[in-house]
Design a protein around this ligand. Structure first.
Ligand SMILES: [Zn+2]
Length: 62
């Protein structure tokens, strides 16, 4: 199961540290995800406060 960062919600396939924000506060209890390919044009990215392209969890469940 992939982890998601509790701080920025980035989904992380490998490792224990978020490559985006450097947090080690990860969880596998997330649901839903959104892939942001063009953060400047993405309505979803704006709503979620995403500033860097990537795949993000929509909900952190714990
Ligand atoms: Zn992060």
């Amino acid at each position: 199961m992939e982890s998601a960062c509790r701080t920025c919600k980035l989904i992380i396939a490998q490792g224990n540290i978020c490559p985006l924000c450097g947090s080690s506060n990860l969880t596998t209890k997330w649901s839903g995800h959104v892939m942001v390919l063009n953060v400047e044009k993405s309505e979803v990215a704006r709503k979620l406060g995403i500033k860097v392209n990537g795949t993000y969890a929509i909900n952190i469940n714990d």
